[in-house]
Design a protein around this ligand. Structure first.
Ligand code: MN
Ligand code: MN
Length: 327
């Protein structure tokens, strides 16, 4: 064997060993998973497999919420497996998030193959990767396009998963995050799924507001996102309800729980948004030494640590930019 052949066989050997298809690909959404994170991990995994990555597997980074439970029960499918952390050099695909703070532990040592997301870019890597970001209302709206672009058929089950998440993220197309692409996706998917989006959607959203089986600690972690408004270290948690007073009945216990989190996590601010999905308003409970930032940002006065923010339903569009601007 001459030197050249030797070199080529070595190269082949290395390619074989490092082939991405030889090891598992972890597909997951963010911590405190919502319906978009869970369904997108399933839908993306299915797309990967259809495209030949047989090692793709969906995971979740936390407990399933009531709304997601409703969706999975409707379809009679299991939730993805819980993932605590990934090994060094693990292949991962991120959906519905890209911020390392919201992702799996040890992400910095993993190899991110792809990201499909509709949040702002918060990721930096030292290597190239597949990125698909669009400023639409839901990751599933992007995935719906990816199926089309790749000529992969959307089954009734996949359509139901996609449709459910779009309804969830856009609050039945009422949130200001809603785009024409989301509307078009709902129209297309409801036909495939043979679902009346309005009727199914309201039932699904209402299922998500049932807090009866959760402890205060669980409620405060359900949809909590760590967000820094410039130097103001904050957590913004959002809880959907069909009746704000149901949740406000727990205000004292919620405040006690929030104050404990502020102390444990050394936070400057904790905002709990109690979002009325029927009337599209949010009651906010704001605690922490920088709670007055809420007053400044919205031109309101907190009374007893709380105030109604009229028309505010989107953390991403109506909280993060305004709070950051005023911090
Ligand atoms: Mn999400
Ligand atoms: Mn989403």
């Amino acid at each position: 064997m001459n030197e050249k052949d030797n070199l080529i066989s070595n190269v082949n050997f290395i390619i074989f060993e490092e082939s991405d298809n030889m090891v598992k690909t972890y597909v997951f959404g963010h911590k405190s998973p919502d319906s978009d994170s869970i369904t997108s991990s399933l839908v993306m995994t299915n797309l990967e497999r259809e495209l030949g990555n047989d090692e793709a597997q969906a995971f979740r980074l936390g407990n399933i919420n009531k709304e997601t439970e409703f969706i999975l029960n409707y379809l009679g499918i299991e939730a993805p497996e819980l993932l605590e952390s990934v090994e060094d050099d693990a292949n991962v695909i991120l959906v519905d998030h890209n911020s390392p703070a919201e992702s799996v532990d040890n992400l910095e040592n993993a190899k991110i193959l792809k990201v499909v997301d509709h949040h702002k870019l918060a990721l930096e890597t030292s290597y190239p990767l597949f990125l698909r970001f669009e400023p639409v209302g839901c990751t599933e709206t992007i995935l719906c396009k990816l199926y089309e672009e790749n000529g992969v058929e959307i089954s009734k089950e996949i359509a139901t998963l996609m449709l459910s998440a779009i309804i969830s993220d856009t609050l039945l197309l009422k949130s200001p995050t809603t785009t024409d692409d989301d509307k078009a996706a709902i129209e297309k998917l409801s036909k495939i799924a043979e679902i009346d989006a309005e009727e199914y959607g309201l039932e699904m959203l209402k299922a998500g507001t049932d807090l009866s089986s959760f402890t205060i600690e669980e409620i405060l972690a359900l949809d909590a996102k760590q967000i820094d408004f410039k130097d103001v270290k904050s957590i913004v948690n959002q809880v959907n309800t069909a009746d704000i007073s149901d949740v406000m009945a727990m205000k004292d216990d919620l405040e006690e729980g929030i104050n404990k989190i502020i102390e444990d996590e050394d936070l400057d601010l904790f905002m709990l948004l109690i979002t009325d999905i029927v009337n599209s308003n949010s009651q906010v409970i704001a605690l922490g030494k920088d709670a007055s930032l809420v007053e400044k940002a919205y031109g309101v006065t907190l009374e007893d640590n709380t105030v109604l923010l009229e028309g505010v339903v989107s953390r991403k569009k109506q909280v993060v930019p305004i709070m950051t601007e005023n911090a």
